[in-house]
Ligand binder design. Structure first.
Ligand code: ADP
Length: 261
């Protein structure tokens, strides 16, 4: 099955076109449990695709494969026309730089200031000068509403603030694709809206491609060009959010949405 996002009539200036991510016949097993079953889908550059579906249906595994935190057993993964899998290690490292991820647990370095958390990888991995990396980090902290927290340590911040730093840290690597894995699931309810607002802003004002696993259905409805409904390692239905959330084709999708909405 091929899942391509609908053309956005309000394309932002400078936005890339064409498919940025493609999975073909991707299968992932853990022991004799097939978690992803010959999965095919593509994401066009600049689009926001949300993966929904019951717990255990394989959504996070897809993000982990794209981050090269796990390897498929079969199939191919291509990012920006270059193979991420299967590919030689050197190529995997190069392609991997095009991808950023924000996790459920923020995973900030606790012994570093907020600013250093954001500048560390651009300096060591991309070879930016300290000044360049700091200038970029300050812009990003401004974008996520934390310009005044440069010198704070992660432990001095709320969970929502830490997650906004993690978003800035991912963007500091200037990835073409941003993977978001249930980024508000570990937050106290009153901190969720602030993080989602930041992500809505990023979706609206940048041309970054987003692949997002979330249980926040209103957020998914707001930012998505395309929603993919997963069940047992397969996409059982896909379409624009207004179709999936208001008039789904599959009984399984209706059941799932009935339970979470
Ligand atoms: P979802 O994100 O849709 O909740 P996941 O991709 O996290 O689903 O998990 C899909 C299935 O794969 C689950 O049954 C989970 O238990 C299993 N799984 C994920 N990671 C591992 C692992 N490292 N070892 C064994 N099983 C795993």
């Amino acid at each position: 099955m091929s899942v391509d996002t609908a053309k956005n009539p309000e394309k932002k200036p400078g936005q890339h076109t064409g498919e940025l991510v493609r999975l073909e016949q991707v299968t992932k097993r853990f022991g004799d449990h097939t978690v992803l079953d010959r999965l095919d889908f593509g994401v066009e550059a600049g689009k926001h695709v949300t993966l929904i579906g019951p717990s255990g249906s394989g959504k996070t595994t897809i993000l982990r494969l794209l981050m090269t935190l796990a390897k498929p057993d079969e199939g191919t993964i291509t990012v920006d026309g270059q193979r991420l899998f299967p590919a030689p290690e050197k190529q995997i490292r190069e392609v991997r730089k095009k991808i950023g991820m924000v996790f459920q647990q923020f995973n900030l370095f606790p012994n570093m200031t907020v600013l250093r958390n954001i500048t560390e990888a651009p300096v060591t991995v991309l070879g930016l000068s300290k000044d360049e990396a700091e200038a970029r980090a300050r812009e990003l902290l401004d974008l996520v509403g934390l310009a005044d927290k440069c010198d704070a340590r992660p432990t001095q911040l709320s969970g929502g603030q830490q997650q906004r730093v993690a978003i800035a840290r991912a963007l500091a690597m200037r990835p073409q694709v941003l993977l978001l894995d249930e980024v508000t699931s570990a937050l106290d309810p009153e901190l969720v809206a602030g993080v989602l607002d930041v992500l809505r802003d990023i979706a609206r004002t940048t041309d970054i491609t987003m692949l997002c696993v979330t249980h926040e259905m209103n957020f998914a409805r707001d930012i998505s060009d395309q929603v993919l409904m997963f069940d047992s390692g397969r996409v059982i239905e896909s379409g624009p959010p207004e179709k999936i959330f208001s008039d789904p084709e599959q009984e399984r999708t209706r059941e799932f949405l009935g339970a979470v909405l």
